[in-house]
Design a protein around this ligand. Structure first.
Ligand code: ATP
Ligand code: MG
Length: 453
């Protein structure tokens, strides 16, 4: 069974307000096993809303519309729905009484424009709003994708919370349309109380459980190649990849009739993904790379012995690595200090990098990166010290050292490891990937393993 989520509002289409309602609704629907087929957004324009309702109703079982049921002239969702249903709007006496009570309680008469908020299409049901004046609407529209429901549902499955408690059976050839307020707080209250129980019953208890696994260092296609058949489009649990800030994340969605089965199958697929990618996976769900490295440092005996054990010497990243390392609460337990040695003079004055070394090899070189890391180690007394020196661009590249060339060194109690990378993208991307790669170097150092790429 599936749903389409339609958001109505000029401010959404103009990009002035971010449509958080759709994201929240999708997450809620997933918990009861409803697949969301599409998100659509239309302006406060009646014909656009009508068109979206018509097009959606023929291809989904549930259409959830948020917004456009306020009292002003730009609120046109109820009119659009009535037009699609081919029925007039009728006054709902119960909600009219509620509106009068709402304004009486505030010591003023109801403004005439609010009358429209008690109007719903003939044959539709009204959904109670406990937080505002916009009642919701529940209606059936021709369409649907032909699902079967066992038993019967009712709009507002909890009779005490709904003004429409009488049971009704869902019709497989129709689309169940719910119109709810745009105001997120009101929308959430109405959806949770009146709509979720209904769709849950229709969904026959299916659930979708999800897990994200994060990798850094390889591109999306290389990760996909390693996952092979696990990314098969017809597979359940499904495995997909997304990229953000150089982090390639696997998203596993497990959709099964029971929660226990969904959980079991999710665990099996997660295990298979972990087996395919090994240590390339650094964390899951909300975990950041820096948080993972922080927890490694908290557990590392050398880091504990030399606490705070980490120092940074940064050139092209200008302190970004130090920022990432100190983003984590409790970082004072491992972060000692950072040097931002942007100029050659600073590399010499603060880190004792010989001037001749810079003259001979250039500031962006293996020799200088290693000397910076060792200098930071000697100067600070930290056990693990990073050095980053590179060309972030947009200027400064040469054929031998193009923009994106970055040397990263990590000095540790057993020696120094140093690698060169060629990061793609603009200045911001090169700096971001450099700092994340430095964290990755330390992650593998603390794992006692070589970089797998
Ligand atoms: P209602 O149907 O509840 O009367 P409305 O569309 O008439 O909603 P508006 O005044 O347009 O009410 O919107 C109310 C508030 O809710 C605004 O701040 C608006 O930006 C916000 N809002 C509307 N839709 C969304 C959405 N999809 N995601 C996040 N915020 C939204
Ligand atoms: Mg609006």
């Amino acid at each position: 069974m599936d749903a389409i989520i339609l958001s109505v509002g000029d401010e959404l289409v103009l990009g002035q307000t971010i449509d958080t309602n759709s994201a929240w609704l999708s997450q809620q629907l997933a918990t009861v096993g409803i697949s969301v087929r599409a998100h659509a957004t239309v302006p406060d324009d009646q014909s656009a809303i009508e068109r979206a309702i018509r097009e959606s109703a023929v291809s989904c079982d549930f259409l959830i519309i948020s917004g456009g049921i306020g009292p002003t002239e730009d609120d046109l969702t109820r009119q659009a729905l009535a037009t699609v249903m081919g029925v007039p709007l009728e006054e709902n006496a119960v909600w009219m009484a509620e509106l009068h009570k709402f304004f009486e309680a505030r010591g003023r008469p109801m403004p005439p424009i609010n009358r429209i908020q008690a109007m719903i299409p003939r044959g539709a049901k009204m959904l109670f709003n406990t937080a505002g004046t916009a009642a919701g609407i529940y209606a059936e529209v021709e369409g649907g994708s032909g699902f079967r429901v066992q038993g019967s549902g009712n709009a507002g499955a909890n009779p005490s919370s709904s003004l429409n408690p009488e049971p009704r059976t869902l019709n497989p050839s129709t689309c169940q349309v719910f119109v709810i307020p745009g105001v997120p707080k009101e929308m959430k209250a109405m959806f949770t109380r009146d709509i979720l129980p209904l769709v849950k019953q229709a969904a026959d208890g299916a659930v979708i459980l999800s897990r994200s696994l994060h990798t850094f260092g390889l591109g999306e296609s290389a990760i996909a190649e390693k996952l092979g058949n696990l990314m098969n489009r017809t597979r359940n649990p499904s495995v997909g990849t997304t990229v953000s800030g150089g982090v390639v994340s696997l998203r596993i969605n497990s959709r099964f009739p029971s929660e226990s089965q969904a959980r079991e199958e999710l665990a099996k697929t997660e295990e298979a993904c972990r087996a395919a990618l090994g240590d390339l996976i650094y964390g899951q769900d909300e975990q950041s790379l820096a948080e993972v490295v922080a927890s490694q440092l908290f557990a590392d005996t050398t880091a504990k012995q030399f606490a705070p054990a980490v120092a940074t010497a940064e050139s092209c990243t200008g302190g970004l690595l130090a920022k990432m390392l100190t983003d984590v609460p409790g970082s004072s337990r491992y972060f000692r200090q950072g040097y931002v040695t942007y100029s050659n003079e600073a590399k010499h004055d603060l880190l004792n990098v010989p001037k001749e070394l810079i003259a001979q090899h250039g500031a962006v070189s293996k020799e200088v990166a290693e000397a910076m890391a060792r200098g930071a180690q000697t100067q600070s007394g930290a056990a693990y010290t990073f050095a980053i020196t590179g060309i972030a661009g947009p200027d400064g590249g040469t054929p031998q050292k193009p923009v994106g060339t970055v040397w990263i060194a990590l000095a540790h109690p057993q020696g120094v490891q140093c690698r060169v990378f060629l990061f793609p993208g603009d200045r911001e991307m090169v700096r971001d990937r450099s700092a994340k790669m430095a964290l990755t170097l330390l992650r593998f150092q603390l794992l006692g393993k070589p970089l797998p790429f």
